[in-house]
Design a protein around this ligand. Structure first.
Ligand code: SAM
Ligand code: SF4
Ligand code: SF4
Length: 336
């Protein structure tokens, strides 16, 4: 069996790396407001550690890297890591998932380092609601980040919007955004993972997950009301994260609208990824707490042990999440 395939024959060529568990925001569904035990700095993988791991992983079939967190842009000198990863043979694409608040500050060096693409998280365009969700953020920061991503051509620029029923998000403003700008706005089903991570400050539950099917209907009706005509399905369907994205657009729109079935319609059989936590634990599946601690193998540059860890992770990658949606760790620790 070639190493890039797992036990079920799925081709695994995508690695999400959490570069920090720290964040400048405290989104309600992701992190508690206070009292998070942050990882000791000395446990964090250094850039050279990550470079070593990615070199081994690339030899085993990993081609695409996404840097995430926590907030990847709060990790000092992130561009230096991108420079290192960009030079690794076999790595084709490097992207980040970010709340974009710090993007205007670092875009220049990230572009020069070779960053290919950015995904920006933005759950609402309403200033008050944005403050409520993120606890520490301002919507203007996200909007400036989006403009910056477009200006620097980190294309395609994708917007990740977690949809929560009781937030009563203003979908019209997202439709407008995707109509007027070359952005791919992707609505992601909310995953109530906080419970098993030992915090639940949202008061939200599974009832707050709006299934993509229902949302497609809502967006379609809203679009018609706004005079944009019918919502048309595009051919461009791809697996994203823990579910497939189906893409739609309105005629004449500059951007598109995607729907990601994180929960309601699992396409685990198409899963293509592994996750590496910021301390060096390799996690075969988002919703399984099985992890392989490769920190020592990585820090001692033990190629064989690191390769063994990768092989084990692929051998034990579950077929799906068996309807489990919780994790014992925070999303900010796993890397979302
Ligand atoms: N800080 C960066 C950001 O917010 O884009 C990267 C890390 S964040 C953990 C990655 C993604 O996970 C974000 O798009 C966030 O909205 C999503 N996320 C976190 N908790 C979630 C939850 N309970 N349900 C659905 N998505 C979640
Ligand atoms: Fe930070 Fe991203 Fe989690 Fe929000 S979703 S708290 S921005 S890591
Ligand atoms: Fe892959 Fe696990 Fe997500 Fe399914 S739940 S798509 S197997 S990471």
């Amino acid at each position: 069996m070639p190493m890039s395939k797992d036990q079920f024959g799925r081709k695994i060529d995508y690695l999400r790396i959490s570069v920090t568990d720290r964040c400048n925001y405290r989104c309600r569904y992701c992190m508690p407001e206070e009292g998070i035990t942050l990882m000791a700095h000395e446990k964090l993988l250094s850039f050279e550690d990550i470079e070593f791991f990615v070199k081994v992983a690339a030899q085993e079939g990993i081609k695409n890297i996404r840097l995430t967190g926590g907030e990847p842009l709060v990790r000092p000198h992130l561009a230096d890591l991108i420079k290192l990863l960009k030079q690794i043979e076999g790595i084709e694409d490097i992207s980040i998932t970010t709340n974009a608040a710090l993007l205007p500050r670092f875009a220049d060096e990230l572009k020069a380092a070779g960053l290919d693409r950015v995904n920006i998280s933005l759950d609402t365009l309403d200033p008050e609601a944005f403050k409520y969700v993120t606890r520490r953020g301002k919507v203007e920061e996200a909007l400036a980040g989006i403009e910056c991503a477009l200006a620097y051509d980190f294309a395609p620029v994708k917007i990740n919007t977690v949809v929560v029923r009781s937030l009563e998000q203003d979908f019209e403003s997202f439709i407008k955004l995707a109509y007027e700008k070359p952005l791919s706005v992707r609505f992601i089903e909310y995953m109530p993972v906080g419970d098993s991570a030992g915090f639940d400050e949202t008061g939200w539950s599974i009832e707050d997950t709006i299934p993509s099917k229902e949302l497609i209907h809502t967006i379609s009706e809203l679009g018609e009301k706004m005079g944009l005509g019918p919502l048309e399905r595009l051919d461009d369907n791809r697996v994203y994260g823990h579910g497939p994205a189906s893409y739609y657009s309105f005629e004449g729109a500059k951007g598109s609208i995607g729907f990601i079935n994180a929960l309601s319609n699992h396409f685990c059989f198409k899963c293509n990824r592994l996750r590496l936590t910021s301390e060096g634990e390799l996690r075969p599946c988002l919703f399984s707490d099985l992890e392989y601690d490769l920190s020592e193998a990585i820090k001692t540059r033990d190629v064989e042990k690191t390769r063994e860890g990768l092989t084990e992770a692929l051998k034990t990658k579950p077929l799906d999440h068996h309807d489990r949606i919780g994790t014992d760790r925070l999303m900010s620790q796993i890397g979302g």
